[in-house]
Design a protein around this ligand. Structure first.
Ligand code: GLA
Length: 382
């Protein structure tokens, strides 16, 4: 957790609203493996990290509510009985969406003021959106005694994303951000929404992120298209979700789907299996196998699921050239954001330097390197 972030929102809150706020920290996440499997009822392997959103929130007695995005220096006043989505891409949709979804559950939220600030770069594939949604629902639950469980809170965050932000996301991001455990990754079954925590100690290896600093504007619609393709294939197969399909099942409908969609479904089935194998590899401390699975995941995301981009592929190729990197892949929804690299600790910095230099030469722009710590989920800061 970043203490500076928390202090910043606290200070601004007291200056602006002349009262002590409740303070929340809500983390972003990484994902070791299991990409685009969550909305197919499959397995994922995320962990909350030490970067995220700090929020200061308190009841308001002025007859309306205010939200301030400190990073953007942007303020919005609103009335709780007149909520509707703002224009696409507006940050306030995350706040409005959460409030509206709480109201949909017949829970009463009173007027409030909120100030938040984050240190996850937007579009990094590290779920700054889920972190924000969770901070809002967590804060409001506490302030207005709504009695929501963490499970209910993440479903509210997810629905906010569907109905106000317009991304038909799965549950991975909200889950990891809310339920994160220090030093652990969560092997989450997205059908039962239950996870098994794995203590992550790769001894002389670590996870390092490299951000392409690219976000392609079509990523939201491309994401929703992928989800619809998976759902229509499940329907053809007569199953609830691709989690229930084998490669042999998929073969039986090969004539009924486009080759492109066939590859997408095949990717999901294979990625789900890889995620289960990855859990076993971690149990066995078999980092070579884990690394190979991570590389295979990228290959599938790039060539079958088609959610990578030139910059991500380039960084993964850089990793493949370095024998100290056991595995690398794009992370999150795709079309930009970070790669996650499983790399020898003593060689991580050297690899990052070489990759960053090559990246600059090739694209004439900078990538950013993050070393992360696996951390606790959304919580109150005392
Ligand atoms: C985004 C979504 C998640 C998940 C990933 C891809 O982060 O919000 O639900 O689908 O993409 O694994």
């Amino acid at each position: 957790m970043s203490t500076t972030l928390v202090q910043d929102v606290k200070k601004t809150f007291i200056e602006t609203f002349k009262t002590e706020p409740l303070l929340i920290f809500s983390p972003g996440r990484i994902n070791i493996i299991g990409e685009h499997t969550d909305y197919n009822d499959g397995f994922v392997f995320p962990a909350a990290v030490d970067k995220g959103i700090a929020a200061a929130v308190q009841k308001s007695d002025t007859g309306n509510s205010t939200a301030i995005a400190l990073d953007l220096d942007s303020t919005i006043k609103f009335e709780l009985d007149k909520l509707k989505p703002s224009k696409e891409g507006s940050w306030e949709n995350y706040v409005f969406g959460v409030v509206a979804e709480i109201q949909n559950r017949n829970k009463v939220v009173g007027d409030f003021n909120i100030i938040f600030k984050g240190n996850i770069p937007g579009g990094a594939g590290m779920s700054s959106s889920a972190a924000l949604e969770n901070s809002v629902v967590f804060g409001l639950n506490e302030l207005f005694d709504l009695g929501l469980s963490k499970q209910e809170m993440i479903l509210i965050s997810q629905k906010a994303e569907h109905n106000y932000v317009g991304v038909n996301c799965g549950i991975m991001d909200q889950y990891a951000s809310m339920f994160g455990i220090k030093h652990s990754a969560l092997h989450l079954d997205c059908r039962t929404v239950k996870s098994k925590p794995y203590t992550i100690n790769f001894k002389d290896h670590e996870l390092m992120l490299i951000n392409t600093n690219v976000k392609h504007s079509l990523s939201d619609s491309a994401y929703n298209d992928r989800r619809s393709a998976c759902e229509s294939i499940s329907e053809l197969l007569g199953i609830k979700a691709l989690r229930d399909a084998t490669e042999a099942d998929l073969e039986t409908i090969i004539d009924k789907v486009t080759p492109a969609n066939y590859q997408k479904a095949l990717y999901v089935i294979q990625e789900n299996a890889r995620t289960v194998k990855a859990a076993k590899a971690i149990e066995d401390n078999d980092l070579d196998t884990l690394g190979k699975l991570i590389y295979q995941s990228h290959n599938g995301l790039s060539n079958q699921y088609k959610v990578s981009c030139e910059e991500l592929d380039f960084l993964v190729d850089q990793a493949k050239k370095n024998k100290y990197v056991l595995g690398a892949r794009m992370m999150g929804g795709g079309f930009g954001g970070c790669t996650i690299n499983l790399v020898a600790k003593t060689e991580a910095k050297a690899f990052a330097d070489v990759a960053a230099k090559a990246y600059k030469n090739k694209f004439n722009k900078d990538c950013s390197v993050y070393f992360i710590e696996l951390s606790q989920g959304t919580h109150i800061v005392e």
